[in-house]
Design a protein around this ligand. Structure first.
Ligand code: NAD
Length: 495
């Protein structure tokens, strides 16, 4: 069995298993870092950061391009690692790698993105400029559901901007991060500029408390995001902590139901619902029977099976505990009076697959007081709620504590505009079920879906990973130009 990570604790080190979710078998064990291991990694990163920040933009960018080429060449290897440890179907894993690489492409343009500003003669003989400088050591803590893409939201921008980056990936699917570390090495990145520390909450807390870590990017569940944000900022760190979600799709009576149902099936059951942008609540305005019939037909047609089988539409869930927890929400919905239209608990999977499978579950007549609606489930459970008007729908979405993504399906431009403007959610789709912004825009939710004021990647990512320096310059050529001492506050309008 493969061993991942290492620790100075030697045989006393704590370990945790990694499973192939499609078979239920353990495939690796991860050695969990101690505080001392984190300290060693951060110390190395701090030393590397100084030299990296002094490396010219041209030289840094050459390495970025080399890394981009290598990662591009190894797309299939990365996708295979994702499927082996996360379980999502291979085609979906390929999509994850592609979306991650877009951030690498964006970061390759860092020389342009870091260009500062310059104003000549803000006062006579005085010039003003601003530039952005790296922070030093930036740490990233990432969730299990996108083991390649979510880290790629962070480190390309941080590294291209001149920081050293310490990644603490999810301990449930850690292999892709080690593979990425190998690619950075091959690309010529100096040792210590990108470091992977495998671990759990002990490693996370050590990073949050470490005085040489300047900034923390976190993506994960809301309770942990809140903890990370509070603890990181308490020690003076910059922090962006992206949390969980409950994403609604509002379906207006005039929507094209066939294509809307296709989009909702993809957004509800893709990656077995283990996406922070998955649609988990459909809000049908003024009806819903015809939509539910279509969703039922399409959900029943989905094939659940191993991610490596090209026939599978949906793979397993990450662990047995998580699979059972998700199935528990279907039972609780039934007890609460909702109607289970498609029950994935009795899903049949191809022979030999003994993994953590749950088929698509469609639950109708859900109300906002039910736990199937209130909690983030993070599995293949699509709930349908019914309301009378668009106003009711917007009120329902806005009353939810999460605000990551949402969508409206309609042919009515006025309704779409109203929704876009009034909905209190960070990422909005109009006839687009999963409105994940491109790499050159920034990703982030509102309310309990993001702690901190900075979204991730795009220009917000560049700003998060750098700090602004403003410089005022004067080069008097003669004593007369230097002038005499004045105790008045200097201003530009006098001369
Ligand atoms: P998680 O919060 O359990 O774990 C995320 C990271 O935090 C992991 O690296 C984990 O080791 C660490 N961690 C876990 N418990 C901790 C603790 N008590 N103290 C310190 N660190 C801890 O999340 P997960 O189960 O890996 O991922 C699923 C969650 O991530 C969902 O809630 C999903 O919505 C969210 N997510 C959000 C986004 C987004 O962009 N908003 C994207 C992907 C996933």
């Amino acid at each position: 069995m493969k061993t991942i990570g290492s620790s100075t604790a030697g045989p006393d080190a704590r370990k945790t298993p990694v499973f192939d979710p499609a078979t239920g078998e353990q495939t690796a064990e991860v050695i969990l870092a101690t505080e001392a291991d984190v300290d060693a990694a951060v110390t190395r990163a701090r030393q590397a950061a100084r030299q990296w920040a002094d490396t010219s933009l041209t030289a840094r960018t050459k390495i970025m391009f080399s890394f981009r080429e290598l990662a591009d060449r190894h797309r299939e290897d990365l996708a295979a690692l994702i499927t082996a440890e996360h379980g999502k179907v291979l085609e979906d894993a390929r999509g994850e790698v592609a979306r991650g690489l877009e951030v690498v492409d964006f970061a390759c343009g860092m020389p342009h993105l870091l260009k500062g500003e310059f104003s000549e003669d803000v006062s006579t003989g005085v010039d003003a400029s601003s530039s952005r400088q790296p922070l030093g050591v930036v740490a990233g803590i990432t969730p299990f559901n996108f083991p390649v893409m979510v880290p790629m939201w962070m480190y390309p921008v941080a590294i291209a901007a001149g920081n050293a980056f310490v990644l603490k990936p999810s301990e449930r699917d850690p292999s892709a991060s080690d593979f990425i570390a190998g690619l950075w090495h091959e690309a010529g990145l100096p040792d210590g500029v990108f470091t992977v520390v495998h671990g759990d909450s002990v490693a996370v807390n050590a990073l949050l408390d470490h005085p040489d870590v300047s900034a923390i990017s976190f993506v994960g569940s809301t309770p942990v995001a809140r903890h990370v944000f509070e603890r990181a900022t308490a020690s003076g760190k910059r922090c962006q902590a992206l949390g969980g979600a409950k994403n609604h799709a509002v379906v207006m009576p005039d929507a094209d139901l066939e294509s809307t149902a296709d989009a909702l099936i993809a957004a509800g059951f893709g990656s077995a619902g283990e996406r922070c942008m998955a649609i988990s609540a459909v809000v049908a305005v003024g009806g819903g029977d015809e939509l539910v019939d279509l969703l039922k037909e399409k959900a029943l047609a989905l094939v659940t099976g191993p991610g490596t089988d090209p026939a599978s539409d949906m793979g397993p869930l990450i662990t047995k505990v998580h699979r059972d927890r998700v199935a528990g929400y279907v039972a609780s919905a039934q007890n609460d009076g909702a109607e289970v239209v498609v029950d994935g608990r009795d899903v049949e999977v191809p022979a030999g697959a003994g993994g953590f499978f749950l088929g698509p579950c469609l639950v109708d007549q859900v109300t906002t007081d039910m736990s199937v609606y209130q909690d983030e489930i993070f599995g293949p459970v699509l709930s349908v709620l019914r309301v009378d008007t668009l106003d009711d729908a917007i009120e329902l979405v806005n009353a939810n504590p999460y605000g990551n993504g949402t969508a409206i399906f309609t042919r009515d431009g006025a309704a779409a505009r109203r929704f876009r403007r009034d909905v209190q959610v960070g990422m909005v789709g109009i006839n687009v079920a999963i409105p994940v912004p491109m790499a050159y825009y920034s990703f982030g939710g509102w309310k309990q879906s993001l702690f901190g004021d900075s979204h991730i990647h795009g220009m917000e990512g560049v700003r998060f990973n750098t700090r602004l320096k403003s410089v005022t310059t004067r080069w008097p050529a003669t004593p007369a130009e230097a002038g005499s001492a004045s105790l008045n506050f200097p201003s530009g309008d006098k001369r």
